[in-house]
Design a protein around this ligand. Structure first.
Ligand SMILES: [Zn+2]
Length: 245
């Protein structure tokens, strides 16, 4: 009985020690492949890096509870991804994606976005592409209050959301970009703000990471390699550790 009480006490202590909740969101999945490269799909790269990042946190940060929006190749609606973070009272929401452009051969490099009014046409294009997935959902017009992911006007509703989360989100985003360069040797294309639906609906610091360009042949090879995925995951993990401290 004493032993049982001890086990129960240890369990309670270890649960209460997990004071910090990190939600990791592997973008796209299932019927939504995300950006498509010459030999790969964005959804699979996102998932591999998300799981590797989460594993590093689980192995090294006993005080952090890791929640995934998906751990397999399934379709999860954008608002449900945000709901998972809100329901779990997450302290940080990290959405992981791969970029692409309309060009035959894209540029190379990583970018990290935080929520904000679009400032440049380029950011708007990235946000439009990542948001367009909602057209695969039922009743998306009602659910997202008439938001049309392809219309520039719709983005005007993203008023400057200068709330308390903004500064922390930007701090985390900068650390991620620094780590991509120092740990993984990637091209740092910077930190930006854009109107991502998945970030708008979350009520905690959040960032959306673009790991690289799937339509750049060299970068696609890197993104698909075990070494590349491991270095990218390690970079995000290092940034998370630094941010949390
Ligand atoms: Zn994406």
């Amino acid at each position: 009985m004493k032993r049982l009480a001890f086990i129960a006490l240890t369990l309670i202590l270890s649960l209460s020690a997990q004071a910090y909740t990190l939600v990791i969101d592997a973008g796209h999945g299932g019927k939504d492949p995300g950006a498509i490269g010459r030999k790969s799909k964005e959804k699979n790269i996102n998932l591999a890096v998300a799981l590797a990042f989460g594993k590093l946190v689980e192995q090294n940060c006993p005080d952090v509870k890791v929640v995934y929006t998906r751990k397999t190749d399934v379709f999860v609606e954008l608002d449900e991804r945000a709901n998972i973070a809100n329901r779990n009272k997450a302290d940080l929401f990290v959405s992981i994606h791969v970029n692409s452009t309309a060009a035959k051969n894209g540029p190379q490099g990583t970018e990290t976005y935080t929520l904000g009014m679009h400032r440049a046409a380029d950011n708007l294009e990235v946000a439009k592409r990542e948001n367009s997935v909602i057209t695969l959902e039922n009743n998306y017009e009602q659910k997202y209050e008439g938001f049309d992911p392809k219309s520039s006007e719709s983005y005007i509703i993203f008023e400057l959301m200068q709330d308390k989360n903004m500064e922390q989100s930007v701090n985390f985003a900068k650390l991620v970009q620094q780590q991509f360069k120092s740990t993984a040797g990637r091209v740092n294309k910077g930190v930006y703000q854009a109107g991502f639906l998945v970030l708008r609906a979350t009520s905690m610091p959040s960032a959306l990471i673009e790991l690289g360009y799937i339509n750049n042949a060299n970068e696609e090879t890197y993104l698909c390699s075990a070494a590349g995925q491991s270095a990218l995951a390690k970079s995000i993990y290092n940034a998370f550790k630094a941010y949390k401290k």
